[in-house]
Write a protein that binds this ligand. Structure first.
Ligand code: BGC
Length: 730
């Protein structure tokens, strides 16, 4: 927006505000669900600013018409909907998309989601969810972009641009929403809606950066979290909303509550009732109330009593009106689906396939079992409760995705291999939680009669997402027993995991030959998986989150602190090997678990390829830099394998001494490159001292002089290291 546009926008808002009654202003601040009683009348009366969850384009047009033509001031409606990983064309769950480490995947997914949703009259989505989480028990990890602030903020920026484009008024652009502000992903014990306690320093260094990046990227709206943060429910948190969001970051967009999160503050034990809650939220600057009606019921009297200044209400309403103007809704409130590309058209489906390809992470590939031969595939047993489940593979929180477009793993394999392969399909288990062994014999027979087994296991969609947390994150039901029986046939097994979170797979590892972690891969998961298993595509996904061995290790994440007694592989002894009557000091007295050790099953950033990448010749452009300078860190990567393949080259940095202790490594850059066999490339990262800044003990954001280690490699355990310094004195 140039300054002239901004002035005219402001003038239009001022003009509207000057003509609005207090009831109409409060109306703008209220968002109602589409099935609310009396919705039409409320729209006519100017008592609704936004409608939620309506996807019938005739009805959205009808409501817009009521707002435009029958309400006194003719103010159009914001039409909100969760379109978190696709509308009709469903992309991999956000955590899966994050495994692509490709901002292009996020941007394209968001753009297509926006186009399809806009064709139904939706102009605002509640995405991206950018809560950092380090707890795979939390069901909403599926909606997240993983454990790391740098990866999350890079991908979040891409998603915001994908939804919003460069001009919100352009057809197919919709407003995005950075949610849930803030700290929600640190819910105690990974239980949804639970208490969050985060020291401010941790909040600022880990949980807030993606939100700041979204604000910088121009995200139109923010959503407050259901949870409390350090004793204050987020919908009333003046520190978060006023100090950080408005004052420090200068965010001028709109803030919406989460669904009924305002009245829930009374349940939290923070407010005494709806009136008190409405006051607390409005006082903190929550511009719009989602679903509940405490604003509608109480703001007027709070203003009358002078508890909320009318100027505050005006400022909040102005932000809502500004968004409507920026979206061009006053001029174009109606939607004609014919103006948009068809939903689930071939280009959208192909983009979803590409996204799924890059989202899958190859965790294991013994004896180079994969890729399987597409020319001579032989007989293949396709087994498992998730091999042919059109709905389950779409993943969580999919309200509009249509399973009729879905191509399952089984279908993908059949289409790819055609007559060349004999495919024997046997589910083994009816669904992922089943404990009935009735289908085992048939599955074992299919395996015996085949050359190779492709086993689709994991979680149904309903086991992750909001309010779907698990304390045991192993394979549910008797899937492992099924794997045991199939493994006993001695046939090579490729395990394809479809899940909404990291699962604990340590005991499964030795029983299978290859593991492809496909998350919930969306509409086009089947063709993507088939292309990967048979070598039309080469795996390139990398874990956006650490995979624990067992639940008791949680939280386990790569950017941990060193501690004063770091775990030592040389002294680690598993508890089963400790002789009876051994003295206390025998295990080296270090930070580890006697049963699980201290390493995850797979580290953050990990993912195999069919090819082989070698890293070497790491260098820096200088041995030392001054504050405000940049340094270039470079390394050579060669493709020593036999496949043209993509690799995500990752840069990690450690600040060795800090005013507060610093993580043992932090991701500071990544690049996806494509190399032919034998090809070599130099990959460089330019790091400014600002990129090394952090909040210190005094809550000051600055880089500190001193020594830094830098690693370049294919995951967070990268060994190729160099170092440099920032000169100066503390
Ligand atoms: C979720 C939000 C979502 C909202 C609207 C809530 O339950 O926490 O993430 O946007 O519902 O559907």
């Amino acid at each position: 927006m140039d300054s002239e546009q901004a002035v005219s926008l402001e003038a239009r808002v001022d003009d509207l505000l000057s003509r609005m009654t207090m009831t109409e202003k409060i109306g703008q601040m209220s968002q109602l669900n589409w099935d609310s009683t009396g919705l039409h009348q409320a729209v006519r009366a100017g008592r609704v600013g936004s409608v939620l969850n309506l996807v019938d384009v005739q009805e959205t047009n009808h409501l817009q018409k009521l707002a435009m033509e029958e309400s006194r001031l003719g103010i159009p409606l914001l039409m909100g909907r969760d379109v978190i990983h696709g509308f009709k064309t469903v992309f991999p769950i956000p955590l899966g998309q994050a495994a692509s480490w490709n901002p292009g995947v996020l941007a394209e997914g968001a753009r297509i989601a926006a186009l399809e949703a806009a064709s139904a009259g939706i102009n605002w989505t509640f995405a991206p969810m950018i809560d950092i989480t380090r707890d795979p028990r939390w069901g909403r990890i599926a909606e997240s972009l993983g454990e790391d602030p740098y990866l999350c903020k890079t991908l979040a920026t891409a998603a915001v641009r994908g939804y919003q484009g460069t001009d919100l008024a352009a057809p197919g652009a919709i407003a995005a929403c950075a949610k849930h502000f803030a700290g929600y992903g640190a819910s105690e014990s990974g239980r949804d809606y639970n208490t969050v306690n985060l020291p401010e320093i941790e909040l600022r260094n880990v949980y807030l950066p993606p939100f700041e990046a979204a604000a910088d990227a121009g995200v139109a709206t923010f959503m407050t979290s259901f949870s409390e943060l350090n004793g204050v429910p987020a919908s009333a948190d003046t520190f978060l909303l006023k100090q950080v969001l408005r004052k420090e970051w200068g965010f001028r967009g709109m803030v919406v509550s989460d669904w009924s999160s305002i009245p829930q503050m009374t349940t939290h034990g923070f407010t005494s009732g709806d009136r008190d809650a409405a006051f607390a939220a409005a006082n903190a600057g929550v511009d719009m109330e989602m679903a509940s009606s405490t604003y509608a019921a109480h703001l007027q009297s709070l203003v009358d009593e002078g508890r909320i200044p009318e100027s505050d209400i005006d400022a909040m309403v102005a932000r809502i009106l500004q968004l409507k103007l920026r979206l061009g809704l006053f001029d174009n409130p109606y939607t004609d689906p014919a103006d948009f590309p068809a939903i689930a058209n071939p280009a959208h489906l192909e983009a979803a396939r590409r996204a799924a390809v890059q989202s899958c992470v190859l965790l294991k590939n013994d004896h180079r079992l994969l890729p399987l031969s597409a020319e001579q595939p032989g007989a293949i047993a396709v087994i498992g409760p998730l091999a042919d489940e059109a709905r389950e593979q779409l993943g969580t929180w999919v309200f509009d995705g249509d399973p009729q477009y879905t191509q399952t793993g089984l279908q993908g394999l059949r289409t790819l291999l055609g007559e060349r392969a004999t495919i024997r399909f046997s589910k083994g288990l009816e669904h992922s939680r089943s404990k009935s062994h009735e289908g085992f014999a048939d599955a074992v027979k299919a395996a015996r009669d085949s050359d190779v087994v492709i086993l689709f296991a994991g979680e149904e969609a309903i086991l992750s997402g909001e309010a779907h947390c698990r304390a045991d994150i192993g394979l549910p039901g008797h899937q492992e027993a099924l794997i045991d029986e199939i493994a006993a046939t001695g046939k090579p097994i490729v395990l394809v995991v479809m899940a909404g979170r990291p699962l604990t797979l340590e005991s499964v590892m030795p029983k299978v030959d290859a593991i492809l972690y496909a998350w919930h891969p969306g509409t086009m998961g089947g063709p993507a998986i088939a292309d990967l298993l048979f070598g039309n595509e080469v795996p390139s996904g990398k874990l956006p989150v650490t995979l624990p061995r067992m639940v008791g290790q949680i939280p386990i994440y790569y950017a941990r602190k060193n501690t004063g007694k770091p775990a030592n592989p040389e002294t680690f002894v598993h508890m089963d090997e400790i002789p009876v009557n051994t003295p206390q000091t025998s295990t080296g007295m270090t930070a580890m678990h006697l049963d699980a050790g201290f390493t995850p099953l797979f580290p953050f950033g990990y993912g195999l390829s069919y090819s082989e990448f070698k890293y070497g010749n790491i260098s820096t452009s200088a041995a030392a830099i001054g504050p405000g300078d940049s340094i270039r860190i470079s390394a050579e990567i060669s493709n020593d394998g036999a496949f043209t393949a993509e690799e995500v080259v990752q840069l990690y940095i450690r600040d060795l001494v800090g005013n507060v202790t610093r993580p043992v490594r932090e991701l500071k850059g990544f690049k996806r490159i494509r190399l032919k066999p034998g090809q070599c490339a130099t990959v460089s990262f330019d790091i400014h001292t600002d990129d090394l800044a952090f909040y210190n003990r005094d809550m000051k954001f600055a880089a500190e002089p001193g020594l830094f280690h830098a690693w370049v490699g294919g995951d967070s355990n990268a060994v190729l290291r160099t170092e440099f310094s920032i000169a100066g004195q503390l």
